[in-house]
Design a protein around this ligand. Sequence first.
Ligand code: AHR
Length: 518
Amino acid sequence: MRKVSVRLRRDSVIGETDPRLFGAFVEHLGRCVYGGIYEPGHKTADKHGFRGDVLKLVRELAPTVMRYPGGNFVSGYNWEDGVGPAKDRPRRLDLAWMSTETNQFGTNEFIDWCRLANIEPMLAVNLGTRGGDAARNMVEYCNHPEGTAYSDLRRKHGWKKPHDVKLWCLGNEVDGWWQMEMKTATEYGRIATEAAKMMKWIDPTIELAACGSSGRNMPSFGQWEDTVLQHTFQHVEYVSLHTYINNYTGDAPAMLAAPDLMDSFIEEVVAICDSVAARLHSPKRIHLSFDEWNVWYRTRRNRQERVKPGWPVAPKILEEIYTMEDALAFGGACISLLNHADRVKIACLAQLVNVIAPIMTATGGPAWRQTIFYPFAQMSNFGRGRVLRAEIDSPTYAASYFDPRGATDLYFPLPEVPYLKLAAVEQADGGVTLFALNRNLKEPMSLQIDLQGFGALDMREALQLRNGNLKATNTRKQPDKVKPTALKGMKIGAGRLQAVLAPASWNMIRLGKASGAT
Ligand code: AHR
């Protein structure tokens, strides 16, 4: 059995988690909106058509922020199509996903759904086919109280109070050839700056995220961020990052190592942000919005899984069925985000329902949890607080991770991958939650954690997610095949925790202040 030791000191802190670190994403894509969060006529739907069974699972998942309406979709979206009487809304061809958009669900419905789910909305404006003018009008429609054409239009549509949306994305993945009206970094930097200026002139309280690269594997990565930030630096609070972990090569150890590349990606983007700040002699710090992250590959490169012929409405596309193995890589990504809480302030799991999602539904039928649901729900419910800097002494392995972009074969070497990946968070009540991934597929891990300066802690809950079959999935017929079970045999006392983590397992251990402890 491999021995791993960890030291946690109460005064050694990475940063405080921002509540917006635990977000997700709803795009007009496949069955995410239609048949996902919205299905009038479903037996659990309310008067708005919002599915009650999905809402119940969303509350359990506990995302804090929801990005909308895209994604690639937003680069061709006319926000005006989605407001006003539903019967008058146009049907349009959506060139992002080669489907028909009925516009029966739009901005106002989304805001209502967010309020019901107790989630903060994060709206994206179209900086593909449109620009600053449409963006400023949308801010006026959403956030201006009354007495102007767009604010009064919102009131006429039935929403008297402003939506008061604070978070806005300046377009989406504008560096990608797959985008409607892709742009160079300079073109985008200029358009984003002008849109940002006008949006903030209307509502100076909003916060803006500029598009970073659509992946670390983009040839223009680095140069893109640098140029975009030179233009937008004074006008934005965040730059975006996107990552989808894959296992195209069937190499599980490499897939489980991939979250370490998210760590590198974050640290590289932070370096670029700070280098632009230095050149501008500015004390301002741009923060990171990791507003798309997940595992996604089976339904990614295969065109049949992405596009259905005949311009269907809400086609069954990108419906990735997640395995135990995926949940492990996904858990690793959760740990990467937590361990960069000092600079990653917003993160959005892409996406929420049906489309590369933790929640699946059958149209007209039930909803259930995919394997990736659990690490996210645990992180969101118990991962808030001060993230501690863990000193980890773990054996390592070497891996080379395949992450192609287009026809290019890209292998990223990872020479030192510790078998243990871990995040530790101290909550406001003095409790400590540990998230621990054992990346060794064959051997259990003997884990010893020294806890210094926390006072007496006792065990509150210990759960593991594991399945001997790494390809195990949850399905409509077997929705609970992969779910957390009790992690047994732990010892805690005298500032030391000892546990044995099963091979290929994700674990959450919650410690609380022992009664009487100060
Ligand atoms: O989340 C699916 C798609 O992935 C999004 O629409 C796009 O932004 C990214 O390429």
